[in-house]
Design a protein around this ligand. Structure first.
Ligand code: FES
Length: 142
């Protein structure tokens, strides 16, 4: 193979590869729901389809460091609570206990009730609470 033809062929292969990478990147940006924990898409911290998720009292869903828990029947915002799972003491991730419906920090033992209020220190303040909205049976935590 001549040197000139080799360089020419290499250029064509490179162009095809770059075009493929370009279109792959485009298809990703068109995906409205890249986060499986957020079926509503957008900038929501978490969302859930209430037709199939969070259907029973005490059920929960986590996305990253955000949890939403169903506390009552009915698909209205007041039937849910959305909290940060980050302990206000030193930032460990708290765990949710669906039996006691409370949160406990594994690092130094702080405990929080279902509304995020401190029930046992050393945590100095409540877990961060987030707003919930429900539209067309899709719950969104903002
Ligand atoms: S970090 Fe949670 S109790 Fe210390």
């Amino acid at each position: 193979m001549e040197r000139r033809k080799f360089i020419n062929d290499l250029g064509q292969v490179t162009a095809i590869f770059c075009a493929g990478a370009y279109f792959a990147a485009c298809s990703k940006s068109d995906d409205n729901n890249p986060d499986p924990g957020n079926p509503g898409g957008g900038n929501a911290r978490l969302s859930a389809n209430l037709n199939s998720e969070l259907t029973s009292v005490g059920s929960s869903k986590i996305n990253g460091s955000v949890i939403v828990v169903r506390t009552a029947t009915g698909n209205v915002a007041a039937s849910f609570v959305a909290l940060s799972l980050i302990c206000t003491h030193q930032g460990c991730t708290v765990g949710f206990d669906s039996v006691t419906t409370g949160f406990k920090c594994p690092c130094h033992g702080s405990e929080y009730n279902i509304n995020g209020a401190v029930t046992q220190g050393p945590a100095p303040q409540a877990l961060t609470k987030y707003n919930i909205s429900i539209t067309n049976n899709v719950l969104t935590v903002n």
